[in-house]
Design a protein around this ligand. Sequence first.
Ligand code: PLP
Length: 377
Amino acid sequence: MDEKGLSEEEVLGILEEARARDLKYRDGRILSSMCTAPHPVALKAHEMFFETNLGDAGLFPGTRELEREAVVMLGSLLGNPSAAGFIVSGGTEANLTALWAARNAAGKDKPEVILPDTAHFSFQKACDTLGLEAVRIPVREDRTVDTGLVEEAVGDNTAAIVGIAGSTEYGIVDDIPALSEIALENSVCLHVDAAFGGFVLPFLEELGYGSWPFDFSLPGVSSITVDPHKMGLSAIPSGGILFRDPGILERIETESPYLTEKRQHTLLGTRSGAAAAATFAVMKAMGRQGYRETVRHCMELTLKLYRGMEAMGIEVFYPTTNILVFDHRERDRIAGELSRRGWVVSRTRQGEVRLVIMPHVGKEDVERFLDDLEGVL
Ligand SMILES: Cc1ncc(COP(=O)(O)O)c(C=O)c1O
């Protein structure tokens, strides 16, 4: 740090220069990200609430109420308006919080968590920090976790089972009803990671794209991660962690004697009230109808890409959600050429090319992408 501060104009100049080097969602070239351009009301909420701290919520009762209402809205989206929970920093913190609570509630000496092979890497961090043994379960041909193997893996040390509703790489949904049965029969927690799918799957059925039950309407589901900063269109950071049983929060209670509220149930101490306000604001502004139309937009473009690629003879996996994965014997060359033409695509662990069609992608972007792909081929 320099001894003397710069003028605001000078500082803003530096910021502008840095920002100019960033990619922008609105350019429609980012086909690799689960985040997107946030709804404008989220920016306004961040400006209004930027100094609020939900780690000391007694100072900010208005903000705390917005968080509660955001949690109720998330709960009703996910089949249980009386679920308890918080707006956290994202899917990683939400998954970590869920396993923290499940581990403490289970009280096992050598706690294990049963994880689909497709689980997001945040679970690896959670297992490492919480001292949980990860029991990895292979997926079936359709890339959903093999529930027969999950059943066999449940044992005396199982603290939790994890199911994925909208996997990071393929956007597919595990057989959560079967996992729910297994969890109930064995009296273990079932955590559903719907970080991506939470704002997609509830609308797919209404739009006629099929039904993938995954939420609290299944009696074995104990907790759900849902990320407003992905398909929820809120600003980063915003994750949601919801628990069916509010009593489980006692298992992660920490005393905070010198603050306005004497107990906390989140990993973070000081935490963003702006994230909660923005998430509340976006859900109010969008309503179910707004999200349904957003999902419709993304699914129509995803299927347009699917059909376009199929017509080119590309081996492309039929999408469950707005994630499209294709394979080709020349996939490295294709991915490289697409990148040279300005497209940002990602790759699965298997090396297939992965596209995430988020709300910032438009019809013209998809048409240009298909043209470029044909050119590359
Ligand atoms: C299914 C799933 N869970 C969890 C996460 C982690 O979320 P975050 O990056 O917000 O911490 C992701 C991120 O892509 C995800 O796809």
